[in-house]
Ligand binder design. Structure first.
Ligand SMILES: Cc1cc2nc3c(=O)[nH]c(=O)nc-3n(C[C@H](O)[C@H](O)[C@H](O)COP(=O)(O)OP(=O)(O)OC[C@H]3O[C@@H](n4cnc5c(N)ncnc54)[C@H](O)[C@@H]3O)c2cc1C
Length: 444
């Protein structure tokens, strides 16, 4: 027996389902609607864009002002593929899009781009209002569960199971971080079952466990370290350094500097069982000067006072030195000076994906064509974080989500036009919904 079909007659037009109401899905829906499709957007939660809203909590970092080549390089192994998406829709296009919605943006001192008011909520509100006004039909509280035997999309809705027979669909179901916001990665089983090649989801832009002593964690968890310089080696052995800010957590270390290099650290742990991260706790002081100042007799001053006065090392910085060096080496100015410039931290594990800002892994690029259509499921396209790419924070995540939404929408239109033109391609016959009578016709 069929689940009841959603009443969605589409006289003359093409009906497209977009599943997932994050930025990737909303943007694909906008493009498809403006191209004249009848668009149904399905969202499992009671409202769309929950992760987008959370992203606005600390100031919505929409995109970045990097020049195009550098921008694309942020996607590391996927810079070629994501670079092609950015040719369709780049940072400038995203800023123009926001402006058109009445949300001007500015470039911060770090090069990051934010809405003038730093907030996500007004942008999302205006966007959803406009999408509805333009005719995108929103179905919240509808969780996609897979496909019926005839290819229809199946949903668990508020009144039970429903299905939709669409001409094409875009899945934009997000990655696996912060699952309470809706993107829980449950789609992996459905797509794997449909023969879609997946790379396992993994935490990205995440913190790491160090295994602090209980004493250190109790005293210093939550303490910011700014500025510090991180030193690390890439898999090819090349040495790199980056200045920024991080935070001591009860388990280890987190914050924007760590997130920026989390892919390398995570992969090193997977390969070697641990990763080495070295921190310069005194970026403003040369090693020789530090050694000279630490070697001065401290008289009656306590060691803590000496570290603070002679080298500006206090609070969590001094605590880190003690934690890593131990009490004996702390008496040796040479050991302290060296550790202050290159404090070795042995990272044991990435923090769980549920805590991460984003996830790596997902639908592999060899599972989709250039228009982001699933090779195993013609007529079904994918967009956003559920694809196998990752990027540091800095606005690169949202930009790629929008850009992939644009590419998937263009892919849908191209595919529909080729099918509509009488099948001028030589793909094998498909078993997709629109090759079958629509539910309402079939039931009539
Ligand atoms: C705390 C935090 C801060 C962030 N800050 C920034 C930032 O400043 N800049 C930046 O670039 N990025 C930031 N990000 C990352 C960014 O928000 C995500 O990369 C982006 O939202 C991913 O977009 P998406 O459309 O692919 O997926 P999502 O936004 O995750 O949306 C996917 C949607 O699909 C829905 N869904 C999932 N499964 C189903 C199903 N079976 N049926 C129906 N619907 C389903 C989900 O409920 C969800 O609404 C941040 C993330 C977090 C967690």
């Amino acid at each position: 027996m069929h689940a009841p079909a959603i009443d969605a007659a589409a006289p003359g037009g093409r009906r497209v389902a977009v599943v997932g109401g994050g930025p990737a899905g909303l943007f694909a829906a906008e493009r498809l609607r403006r191209a004249g499709c009848e668009v149904h957007l399905f969202e499992a939660k009671g409202s769309v864009g929950r992760k987008f809203l959370i992203a606005g909590k600390g100031g919505l970092n929409l995109t970045h002002s990097d020049p195009p080549g550098l921008f694309a390089s942020r996607y590391r192994e996927r810079s070629a593929e994501v670079g092609r998406w950015l040719e369709a829709f780049d940072a400038e296009a995203l800023r123009a899009w926001a402006r058109e919605l009445g949300v001007p943006t500015f470039v911060g001192s770090s090069g990051r781009v934010f809405p003038d008011d730093l907030k996500a909520a007004p942008l999302l509100r205006g966007w959803v209002r406009r999408l509805r006004a333009e005719g995108v039909q929103m179905h919240v509280h509808h969780r996609w569960t897979g496909w019926a035997a005839d290819g229809a999309l199946c949903f668990d809705g508020p009144d039970g199971a429903v299905s939709l027979d669409a001409d094409a669909s875009v899945l934009a179901l997000g990655g696996g971080s912060w699952p309470q916001l809706g993107s829980d990665g449950a789609w992996q089983d459905v797509l794997a079952g449909a023969g879609v090649a997946l790379a396992p989801l993994q935490p990205a832009n995440c913190g790491f466990d160090v295994g602090w002593s209980a004493h250190f964690a109790a005293r210093h968890a939550g303490a910011p370290l700014k500025p510090v310089v991180a030193h690390w080696r890439e898999a090819d052995g090349s040495a790199h350094a980056l200045q920024g800010e991080c935070v001591v957590s009860s388990h280890g270390i987190e914050g924007s500097l760590v997130y920026a290099i989390s892919a390398v650290l995570r992969d090193a742990i997977a390969r070697d069982g641990h990763a080495l991260l070295e921190l310069d706790l005194a970026p403003g002081r040369e090693h020789a000067r530090l050694l000279r100042e630490l070697s001065r007799p401290r008289g009656k001053r306590s060691l803590s006072e000496h570290l603070r006065r002679a080298a500006g090392l206090d609070g969590a910085r001094a605590g880190l030195l003690r934690e890593v060096l131990g009490p004996d080496a702390m008496q040796d100015p040479a050991a302290v000076a060296s550790a202050a410039k290159r404090l070795p931290l042995r990272l044991l594990a990435p923090r769980p994906m549920v805590e991460a800002i984003s996830s790596a892994g997902g639908v592999r690029f060899d599972a989709v064509d250039a228009g982001l259509m699933l090779r195993a499921r013609p007529g079904t396209f994918v967009a956003g974080e559920m694809l196998d790419w990752e990027a540091p924070t800095g606005g690169y995540l949202l930009t790629a989500c929008f850009a992939s939404g644009a590419v998937a929408a263009a892919g849908v239109l191209d595919w529909l036009s080729r099918r509509g033109a009488g099948g001028d391609d030589d793909r094998p016959p498909m078993r997709h919904a629109w090759a079958f009578p629509r539910k309402d016709e079939a039931d009539a």
